[in-house]
Write a protein that binds this ligand. Structure first.
Ligand SMILES: NC(=O)c1ccc[n+]([C@@H]2O[C@H](COP(=O)([O-])OP(=O)(O)OC[C@H]3O[C@@H](n4cnc5c(N)ncnc54)[C@H](O)[C@@H]3O)[C@@H](O)[C@H]2O)c1
Length: 267
């Protein structure tokens, strides 16, 4: 991939930046010229990402923040503004799956649901809430939420996860409606199965049981995604190239949600 300074002069906050898609987005944003605030609960891993970016000439500071806690999200935004004065891009990317033990309707566990909602939905809501005044006042901004194909169709995660990601898509639409007149865009990516920390148990299991070939075979491209491929879509939505796009949830899923059929059923 060639880099052309698409984020030169921009400041971006990325949550969940210590691993997987957030880490790939951090690396890509830095190479495209953004100054970064990296946030996560996993501080040691976050330090490594920030060091790597700085070693390669990028600009990154880090902030420990649990996005399920409103005061910590507010502190993250305040810290970002005091460090760089402006924030142009907010990526609400941190997320959790919930417990796969709770698979049947009668097994659903409210504590698990509340935790999944607290991180995936409230985390993104707190981010939008606390960056809105700054972006409105400046008259521009781009917010990119990481939703999921699970928010579009059932069967790609726990029930709580699916419902939470559908809520993230809705939050994207309501955010776009609330902020559009201030030239603040709110979009989401909906990744399909991607190899990251979150999906590691699934990948480990498939590899251990000789089922690796099945990973991602439910999508038309018949393979799973790489974090860098999701990061590329996040970059596009965050950049000025997407200046007339808001309120959209873009599947980045190898065609998984394009079809009601199994891949290749027609042939
Ligand atoms: N991997 C996939 O197949 C897939 C598919 C669709 C959507 N997603 C979404 O992509 C996003 C990134 O996940 P990933 O796949 O890179 O997984 P990951 O586990 O590799 O990364 C998620 C990061 O979020 C951090 N995090 C978790 N809870 C947090 C909290 N309360 N506050 C701050 N940080 C927190 C984790 O420490 C981790 O670094 C998530 O929103 C996830 O739901 C992933």
């Amino acid at each position: 991939m060639t880099y052309s300074g698409r984020l030169n002069g921009k400041v971006a906050i990325i949550t969940g930046a210590a691993s997987g898609i957030g880490k790939a987005a951090a690396r890509l944003f830095a190479r495209e010229g953004a100054k970064l605030v990296l946030a996560d609960i996993s501080v040691e891993a976050l330090k490594e990402v920030a060091e790597e970016i700085k070693d390669q000439g990028g600009a990154a500071v880090l902030k420990k923040a649990d996005v399920s806690k409103e005061d910590e999200v507010k502190e993250l935004i305040d810290f970002s503004l005091s460090t760089y004065t402006e924030v142009h891009i907010l990526c609400n990317n941190a997320g959790i799956t919930g417990n796969f033990l709770y698979s049947n309707p009668e097994d659903q566990n409210s504590e698990d649901w509340f935790q999944v909602y607290a991180v995936n939905v409230m985390g993104a809501m707190y981010g939008i809430k606390h960056i809105a005044a700054h972006m409105k006042q400046r008259g521009s901004g781009a917010i990119v939420n990481t939703a999921s194909v699970a928010g579009i169709r059932a069967g790609a995660g726990t029930n709580a996860y699916s419902a939470s990601k559908a809520a993230v898509i809705s939050l994207t639409q309501t955010g776009a409606c609330d902020l559009g007149k201030f030239n603040v865009r709110v979009n989401a990516v909906c990744p399909g199965l991607t190899e990251t920390g979150m999906s590691k148990p699934l990948f480990d299991y498939a590899r251990e049981t000789g089922k690796e070939g099945k990973l991602g075979n439910r999508c038309e491209l018949r393979r799973y995604g790489k974090p860098e491929e999701i990061a590329a879509a996040i970059l596009f939505l965050a950049s000025d190239e997407a200046s007339y796009i808001t309120g959209q949830a873009l599947p980045v899923d190898g065609g998984n949600t394009a079809s009601l059929n199994l891949p290749g059923m027609k042939y």
